[in-house]
Write a protein that binds this ligand. Structure first.
Ligand code: ADP
Ligand code: MG
Length: 734
């Protein structure tokens, strides 16, 4: 025992600067933020690949091999302008090849026969291998204290390679995010030099958490990432680092929420309800759904407290969010205070205003609309009445947060589709109060993802559709005869006086729709859309002409897409909304801002090109009135799991979960929700279950030691501060 070597970590070693001569490489490292030993060890490889053996290399292939030098020499340069060449005969257990290094004559001395090397490059004919990146392998005479090579000229490629081991079996090779002036291989060489400092890395995770989750310690995880042994080990190490990252992020969010709750910064709306209750009981033309009642109760409880509510109300289009929002606003009004609803577009603001007006009914509540196109005189009047307090309720766009818009007493703010507003805009709104805030979104988010993106908000969800609304009957249409029947169905609806949408993925035959951010295919391999490339995908403009002359001859058709000028768009929408056009042929621009209750059918071309949530949003446009809705997904394959999910399920939350599952299986690469991929190591949605566990641990840590004062939380606290700054560790009660 006594003779056993004792290791005292010396974290200060991590703060030592990296020793690199000034120049391009030092600049490159600085731009990656790699100036200390500690930062270097935190710079994780992007991935690791198995090193190849010489015998398995195919001509033309890019690969990394672990080899030993048999002989090495500089080839005379015969012509001016030819690049100096070093040629080495190298071998591994499977064979020999001729490695060529350009422009680095000094390598002859650096890599004498017997050196172990990692080479990354391209296999060429006749046993040649053109090296783009190289590093000494472990155990090589060249490895000891080797300064990395000067950047190779002519190799702008940002990946290099190196591996550990070299016992003849395939080694794994770490690939680092690199940049100009410093290649992945060079980073690896530096990491090797810094390896002795790894044991100085401290572990922020409390021992109890680590034991409960059976996680390796931080130093060995970093080691396994930099010097991968097996794919399994790397994944265990990655998961550990991801867990820590998620735990810290959740602690930050939970602490933010706790701090907000400890602050008395908003008026407590705690007087007995009068107006709001009367309105709920008698003013509504319908009975609330259970979800609506639950959300209202949650909001009422939030508003009673003297700190600002921060709640997210999720519910898809038509689920009845506005009623819930209006309840919150009326709570403000009956306290003699004001409320505002802010929407991201004028169309949405106008719709909200119309809904609010009709829902208020006979209640004596003064309300106004304020948008960018409100006339100057009207605007002056509204702004004046907001400042005086005469106006209780205002609905609008960004126009509401302009500096000269002042509220006498803003108590409740509703922000619709909050992700479409910037941080600055939300802060500007806060300055007008800071009010109790209800964020609304029509995109159902699986619970886990909501935790990552909005973990500091409380959430309410509306799952049920209001009574009387039937789910949109959804079918998959494959093949010509089914297509024919789909048009029959569509014409039947038109004959009954109903209207229809035809949605296409593209605007023109050759240009991806601008309205659809990923005109690229969202489907991965395994989802055959039968349309390889754009030409066979339906384009709105051409489809309009085709239908006009064919299946829908005799009906009025209107065209709508994202690159039309605003007046033309408005005209198209107005024609459809008024019933002058029977069919609206469009790209996905109709996702937002259209509400035509008389539209009952939607036909979606190349449905497999869209994501689940997008298709679900789209079909939410039909069946909004008293007539049921029908959605026909024109697909190349009836077995697409995504299309089948849509045909089977109508609950957007359930579909979001399925979407998550399918993405995990890699079927879909589609766009990712904003705000959930801000992590360095963790990847959403794949790490959703890690996130759940991190959340649970963060909660129990917060319950036991909210200020993180216990000794076992000291490092966690330091790490929070290091990552997120002082705000993260400020006391919860100021
Ligand atoms: P969202 O904003 O979630 O898209 P809205 O609040 O605009 O949905 O509601 C959609 C329509 O459903 C509105 O016309 C609204 O009056 C109506 N509605 C809301 N709640 C109910 C309910 N419980 N029963 C019947 N109709 C409802
Ligand atoms: Mg709405």
């Amino acid at each position: 025992m006594i003779a056993a070597p004792v290791f005292w970590p010396r974290p200060s070693r991590l703060l030592e600067p990296l020793e690199v001569p000034a120049g391009k490489m030092a600049d490159g490292l600085a731009s990656l933020g790699l100036q200390t030993v500690g930062a270097l060890l935190e710079h994780l490889p992007r991935d690791s690949r198995e090193a190849r053996t010489i015998a398995t290399l195919a001509i033309g292939e890019q690969a990394t091999v672990a080899v030993q030098v048999r002989s090495i020499r500089a080839r005379p340069v015969r012509r001016r302008g030819m690049r100096p060449l070093v040629e080495a005969s190298v071998y591994d257990a499977t064979g020999t090849m001729r490695a060529m290094f350009f422009n680095q004559p000094w390598l002859v001395k650096r890599y004498p026969p017997g050196s172990e090397l990692l080479l990354h490059g391209k296999a060429e004919a006749r046993g040649g291998f053109r090296v783009t990146h190289h590093a000494p392998g472990s155990g090589s005479p060249a490895a000891a204290g080797a300064a990395p090579d000067a950047p190779e000229r002519g190799s702008s490629e940002a990946s290099g390679a190196a591996a550990d081991g070299g016992e003849g079996e395939a080694a794994r090779v770490a690939h680092y995010p690199a940049t100009e002036g410093v290649s992945s291989t060079q980073i690896l060489t530096l990491v090797r030099g810094a390896r002795p400092a790894l044991p100085d890395v401290s572990d922020a995770l409390p021992a109890r958490t680590r034991a409960a989750e059976r996680l390796p310690d931080r130093a060995s995880s970093l080691s396994a990432m930099h010097f991968p042994g097996s794919a399994d080990d790397s994944e265990i190490a990655r998961a550990r680092l991801a867990f820590e990252e998620l735990l810290l992020a959740q602690l930050l969010l939970l602490r933010r929420r706790a701090r907000r709750r400890a602050r008395a910064d908003a008026p407590a709306l705690d007087e007995r309800p009068s107006l709001s209750e009367r309105w709920l009981e008698h003013g509504l033309p319908f009975a609330l759904t259970g979800d609506q009642r639950r959300a209202i109760a949650e909001i009422a409880a939030d508003l009673q407290a003297p700190h600002a509510m921060q709640r997210l109300l999720m519910g898809e289009v038509g689920s009845g969010k506005t009623v819930v929002a209006l309840y919150a606003m009326l709570r403000a009004v009956e306290h003699g205070r004001q409320a505002a609803l802010m929407a991201p577009t004028e169309t949405l603001a106008e719709q909200h205003f119309a809904t609010v007006q009709s829902l208020i009914g006979a209640e004596p509540v003064s309300a106004a609309l304020l948008t960018g196109s409100t006339r100057a005189s009207r605007r002056r009047e509204v702004v004046g009445r907001l400042a005086s307090g005469e106006l209780s309720l205002v609905v609008g766009t960004h126009a509401l947060i302009e500096p000269d818009v002042r509220f006498r007493s803003l108590a409740v703010a509703i922000v619709d589709e909050q992700h479409r507003f910037g941080v600055r805009q939300r802060a500007a709104l806060d300055e007008k109060g800071p009010p109790h805030t209800l964020h609304m979104t029509a995109t159902p988010i699986p619970r886990t993802l909501a935790l990552a993106g909005y973990g500091d908000l409380d959430t309410s969800a509306l799952h049920e559709l209001p009574r009387g609304r039937q789910p949109v009957r959804t079918g998959i249409v494959v093949g010509e005869s089914a297509r024919g029947r789909a048009y029959d169905e569509l014409r039947e609806e038109l004959a009954k006086g109903r209207q229809a949408y035809v949605v296409c993925p593209l605007i023109d035959e050759d240009a991806p729709s601008r309205a659809h951010p990923s005109g690229r295919r969202q489907a991965g391999p395994g989802v055959d859309d039968g349309a390889h490339g754009a030409p066979s995908a339906r384009a709105a403009t051409a489809e309009l002409e085709r239908l006009r002359a064919g299946e829908l001859a005799g009906y009025e058709l209107s065209l709508l897409h994202g690159s039309m000028r605003p007046p033309a768009k408005q005209e198209a929408m107005a024609r459809f909304a008024s019933g002058r056009a029977h069919v609206l042929v469009s790209t996905t621009v109709i996702e937002v801002g259209i509400d035509v209750p008389n539209a009952t059918v939607m036909l979606i071309e190349n449905a497999e090109r869209f994501g689940i949530s997008q298709l679900h949003q789209l079909r939410g446009r039909v069946g909004r009135g008293e007539h049921g809705g029908r959605c026909l997904l024109m697909g190349a394959s009836a077995s697409s799991q995504r299309l089948r999910a849509l045909a089977e399920h109508s609950d957007g939350f359930r579909l979001a979960e399925i979407d998550l599952e399918l993405r995990k299986e890699g079927e879909l690469v589609g766009t990712r929700q904003s705000g959930i991929n801000q992590f360095k190591v963790a990847v959403m949605p794949e790490d959703a279950s890690l996130l759940e566990r991190a959340r649970a641990h963060a909660q129990s840590i917060m319950a036991a030691d909210p200020e993180l004062e216990a000794p076992e939380h000291a490092l966690l606290r330091d790490e929070l501060e290091r990552l997120y700054g002082r705000e993260a560790i400020a006391p919860l009660r100021a």
